[in-house]
Ligand binder design. Structure first.
Ligand code: SAH
Ligand code: SF4
Length: 387
């Protein structure tokens, strides 16, 4: 990765810190030390980096090493999902969500259901020794709002306010990890909060390198999933830059162009045939699958005809399908498919041989749909019923 003078401190790699260290009176070997303080230990106050020379600590502290972010609200749902509202330096608010699974004694966790087969097998081995550990999945944001304009999504209705920096993306994980309880462990990170990660590609890619760096948080790349509405060139770029090792989730939500364009305007630019080609070309490692997200919106994309079209569309692709009954949002009259409709839709996919789960709407009571919390009180510009 190219080191640019504008790279914010929390987004620097150990190598970049090594190059930077002399400018604050240090030596290149301090680079790894600083990175470890920040990302492995989560110490964001340079004056507390006790093994650095005092003059260096002071120089680092005076410039600041992390962007401003304040937790302005934390909502805990009955199922222990915690949604944090963070206010950034410019006053913009974003959200990140901590979603605990169930400990092994209590049965499989949603994170486990989402994990690919090899990661799940790895979990089995580790769990022999860690029966009471609750594995947490963290959902993070990449933009303030979103430019993609999906009609069922609170972030889409709000429109794009700004991109997040790579430091602001990584900081959400440092803040989330610091709030874990003693029996909890951060296991998975999903880029499914506010914003379209691939519309902010550079920052997303750098944050992926930070989160998976072995001297930092050290997440395994197979436990990190980027979700996209289908930006085709950037899907290819992600595949190339990370060798297909980052988990990929596609927000499909429809199996024909007409329906998809109505729900997701990006489909006009990258229609289904082009998107499917991009998925076929993604350099997926063996035994891994692409996650297909399909939000079921009553009367829009939830009939048996549509389920059958989906069966056909995905044929031959290594996928698992997550069905998500739409979380109602204030800005739209659209709503979720009822439970009977969800079950029939799921049955068609399962009967056709697909792995297909219904994602529980965890944290519903705390406004867990994408962008809902950050937008509380913010009036949508337009009310957009689907024609
Ligand atoms: N922009 C990316 C990632 C963030 S959205 C993307 O679209 O993939 C994460 C997921 O939540 C997406 O699948 C999105 O379609 C879904 N989503 C957004 N609003 C929703 C709602 N009101 N109900 C259910 N799912 C929603
Ligand atoms: Fe953006 Fe994703 Fe919401 Fe669509 S679903 S508006 S791409 S955040």
């Amino acid at each position: 990765m190219q080191s640019r003078p504008s790279t914010p401190p929390l987004a620097r790699t150990p190598e970049e810190w090594a190059t930077y260290a002399p400018s604050v009176g240090g030596r290149s070997f301090h680079g790894k030390q600083i990175f470890r303080w920040l990302h492995a230990r989560g110490v964001l106050d340079a004056s507390k980096m006790t093994d650095l020379p005092i003059a260096m600590r002071e120089a680092l502290a005076s410039g600041g090493v992390a962007p401003a972010a304040e937790i302005v609200l934390e909502r805990r749902s009955l199922d222990d999902t915690r949604k944090l509202l963070l206010r950034l330096g410019d006053g913009a608010t974003i959200e990140t969500v901590l979603i605990p699974g169930v400990s092994k004694r209590g049965g499989p966790s949603p994170a486990e259901l989402d994990a690919d087969a090899s990661a799940a097998a790895e979990d089995e081995d580790e769990d022999a020794a860690t029966l009471d550990v609750v594995r947490v999945t963290q959902c993070i944001s990449t933009q303030v709002g979103c430019a993609m304009g999906c009609v069922f999504c609170a972030s889409g209705v709000a429109g794009l306010k700004r991109h997040l920096g790579p430091d602001e993306i990584a900081l959400q994980v440092l803040i989330g990890r610091a709030r874990l309880e003693p029996h909890e462990q951060l296991r998975n990170v999903v880029y499914m909060g506010m914003g379209e990660p691939l519309h902010n590609y550079e920052a997303t890619a750098r944050s992926l390198r930070l989160l998976t760096h072995p001297d930092g948080i050290g997440l395994s790349s197979r436990r990190v999933t980027v979700s996209t509405s289908g930006l085709v060139p950037e899907i290819a770029r992600l595949g190339e830059d990370f060798g297909g090792n980052i988990g990929l989730a596609i927000s499909l939500h429809a199996a024909d162009d007409e329906t998809r364009t109505k729900l997701m305007p990006i489909n006009k630019k990258y229609p289904l045939a082009v998107l499917m080609d991009a998925l076929r070309a993604y350099p997926l490692p063996r035994r891994r699958r692409i996650t297909i997200e399909y939000t079921l919106v009553a009367g829009q994309n939830d009939t048996s005809t549509e389920a059958k079209k989906l069966v056909k569309l995905l044929r031959g692709l290594p996928v698992k399908i997550n069905l998500i009954p739409m979380n109602p949002i204030e800005a739209s009259t659209l709503g979720p498919t009822d439970s009977g409709g969800v079950a029939s839709f799921q049955k068609i996919l399962i009967d056709a041989g697909y792995s297909c789960f219904v994602r529980k709407r965890r944290g519903d009571d705390v406004g867990a749909a994408c962008g809902q919390l950050a937008l509380l009180g913010a009036k949508p510009k337009v009310r957009r019923p689907v024609a």
